[in-house]
Design a protein around this ligand. Structure first.
Ligand code: 3PG
Length: 247
C-alpha cells in the first residue's frame, strides 16, 4: 500500500513556520564513480548556474535542489567562497553532484577537482582547459558560440558542449542551423534561458538539457527561501514533458 506523505513542519530561513503535506524528496538513483559529460547533461532538464556569496547558504540551497529533483549543481567560480561552497556541498549533501562553473584556466580546473567537483563547465574553450580537466578526470562542458569553436572542441574530443551565451549568440535559430553540420554534438544552451523558453530549446534533438540561473534566484538565497528553491527545482523537472508536448 502506498502511504501518503506525512505532514511535515517547515521553518526554513526567513520563511514563516508552517505545517503542510509537503511532497517527499525526489529519490535519485546513485551515481558513483567517474561521470561522463553525457551523464551530466542527461540527468535533468536543467543544470542550475549558481552564484554563492554566503558560505552558509551553500548546504541548505543544495539540499533544496536535490530534494526538488536536481542534483547536478554548477557552482560558479565567481565568488571568494565558491571553492569552500563546493567542498561543503560535496561533504554534507548526500545525492548532490557538485560541478564547477566559470572554469577559465588549468588552475581553476585543479582547484575545482580538489574541492570535490565532479564535472566542469567553461564559458569558452581552450586546449589548456580541456587538457587540465582531462588530467583531473573532470568531464567538461566547453562553452562555444561559433562553428569554429565547436570544431576546436571536437578536435580535442569534446562532443557535449555548452552553447553560451545562448540567447545572445543566436538562440533557437542558431541551434537549428547547427543541427545540420553538427548533428553529432549534444548541447546545453545557457544564457538567457528561462522556465518559459526552456521547453522550446529542450524540444530540439541536439539539446540534452539547458543551464540557467533562475532556479537559484539571488533574492531567494538572500531570504533563505529554501522551499521556493525546492519548488523551482520540482517545476524544472516537468520541463522535459512540456518540451515533448511542444515538440
Ligand atoms: C552564467 O554564466 O551566468 C549563465 O549564463 C547564466 O545565465 P542566465 O543568468 O541568463 O541563466
Amino acid at each position: 500500500m502506498v502511504m501518503p506523505p506525512a505532514p511535515r513542519s517547515h521553518s526554513l530561513g526567513d520563511e514563516p513556520a508552517r505545517v503542510e503535506t509537503a511532497p517527499p524528496p525526489v529519490q535519485h538513483t546513485p551515481l558513483a564513480g567517474p561521470l561522463s559529460a553525457e551523464q551530466v547533461v542527461r540527468d535533468a532538464a536543467v543544470i542550475p548556474v549558481i552564484v554563492v556569496h554566503e558560505l552558509a547558504h551553500a548546504v541548505p540551497m543544495a539540499r533544496a535542489l536535490v530534494h526538488g529533483g536536481i542534483r547536478m549543481l554548477e557552482i560558479t567560480l565567481r565568488t571568494p567562497v565558491a571553492l569552500q561552497a563546493m567542498q561543503r556541498i560535496a561533504a554534507e549533501v548526500p545525492g548532490a553532484i557538485v560541478g564547477a562553473g566559470t572554469v577559465r584556466s588549468a588552475t581553476d580546473a585543479q582547484a575545482a577537482a580538489l574541492a570535490g567537483a565532479r564535472f566542469a563547465v567553461s564559458p569558452g574553450y581552450t586546449h589548456a582547459v580541456g587538457q587540465a580537466c582531462r588530467d583531473h578526470a573532470l568531464p567538461l562542458l566547453p562553452g562555444v558560440a561559433t562553428g569554429s569553436e565547436i570544431m576546436a572542441a571536437q578536435e580535442d574530443g569534446f562532443r557535449v558542449l555548452k552553447f553560451f551565451p545562448a540567447l545572445q549568440a543566436g538562440g533557437l535559430a542558431m541551434l537549428k542551423a547547427w543541427g545540420g553540420p553538427f548533428a553529432d554534438v549534444l548541447f546545453c544552451p545557457t544564457g538567457g534561458i528561462t522556465a518559459q523558453n526552456a521547453p522550446d530549446f529542450l524540444a530540439l534533438p541536439g539539446v540534452a538539457c539547458v543551464g540557467g540561473s533562475w532556479l537559484v534566484p539571488s533574492d531567494a538565497l538572500a531570504a533563505s527561501a529554501w522551499s521556493r528553491i525546492e519548488l523551482l527545482a520540482r517545476e524544472a523537472g516537468a520541463l522535459r514533458t512540456a518540451a515533448r508536448q511542444a515538440g
